[in-house]
Design a protein around this ligand. Structure first.
Ligand code: NAD
Length: 254
């Protein structure tokens, strides 16, 4: 990571990453750790979350993990309180957790619809609500919400996930207006096809590769670290003028 930018404003900052135990979230945790941030992560994968914290501590970095299912807002609030108690008020929140499990339009029940919204959208709002007072007291902060290009492409096979990700963009714009006067910036990052462990395991077939490459300008798959580096910029003071926007990182697809 040493050949990439470092951001003095992230050194010593408390950063909270949801869904930080694997995939893009784990890359975010490692990147913020390498910047000297104090990193709190929340995830339902207990073993992976605990192992990642040990990895960071082994490098002399500060990290704290809370095992929580983000669909439970009471548990989310308690986890944020615990992380703030250990690491200090959150200066940067990355709302990263989501689950892109495929689901057929005709088979979605009201209960499953609510479950997908709770998994892919609702916790982003309540995590922002929980950290905002601390950011206001500190004179500012940065929130990055992970969206997706799925709704820009009009992708099928996961309609409630796609609906949630469209709402992430609307929510981002609303919260940027709400919190901008208090010095808090809120942006959305919309990845394309990023080769996490899960994506490789579930979707990386020759057919999928052909589909992605026919859409992208860049003729290679993007990596989680490339997304993390964009988030670092938006979270840092180097991104001080950026708020209320979508930042696409999709190799030129959407
Ligand atoms: N990888 C891609 O190609 C891609 C594309 C577009 C958008 N995104 C977005 O980027 C973000 C990260 O995606 P990823 O590919 O790294 O996903 P991933 O599935 O690899 O990792 C998601 C993490 O969130 C956690 N998580 C899921 N549901 C949770 C819950 N209810 N409570 C607590 N933790 C939970 C998982 O345990 C996992 O660690 C997501 O918001 C996703 O929608 C990813």
């Amino acid at each position: 990571m040493s050949s990439w930018a470092s951001y003095p404003s992230l050194e010593g900052a408390t950063v909270l990453v949801t869904g930080g135990a694997s995939g893009i979230g784990a890359s975010l945790v490692r990147h913020f750790g390498a910047q000297g941030s104090r990193v709190g992560l929340i995830d339902l994968q207990e073993d992976a979350g605990a192992a990642l914290v040990e990895e960071l501590r082994g490098r002399g970095q500060e990290a704290r993990f809370a095992a929580v299912d983000l669909r439970d807002i009471t548990a989310l609030r308690a986890a944020i309180d615990e992380i703030v108690g250990a690491l200090g008020p959150v200066g940067v929140l990355v709302n990263n957790a989501a689950d892109d499990t495929r689901h057929a339009f005709a088979e979605v029940t009201p209960e499953y619809f609510d479950d997908r919204i709770a998994t892919n959208l609702r916790h982003q709002f309540f995590a922002a609500q929980a950290v905002a007072p601390g950011m206001v007291a500190a004179g500012g902060g940065a929130i990055v919400n992970m969206g997706s290009i799925t709704w820009l492409l009009g992708q099928s096979d996961l309609p409630v996930y796609t609906t949630s990700k469209a709402a992430v963009t609307g929510m981002t714009r609303a919260l940027a207006r709400e919190l901008g006067p208090k010095g808090i910036r809120v942006n959305a990052v919309l990845p394309g096809a990023i080769m996490t462990e899960r994506q490789i395991r579930l979707w990386k077939t020759p057919e999928y590769e052909a589909q992605v490459m026919s859409g992208q300008c860049l003729q290679r798959f993007l990596e989680p670290d490339e997304v993390a580096r964009l988030v670092l910029f938006l979270a840092s003071d180097d991104g001080s003028g950026c708020t209320g926007q979508d930042y696409l990182i999709d190799g030129g697809w959407a």
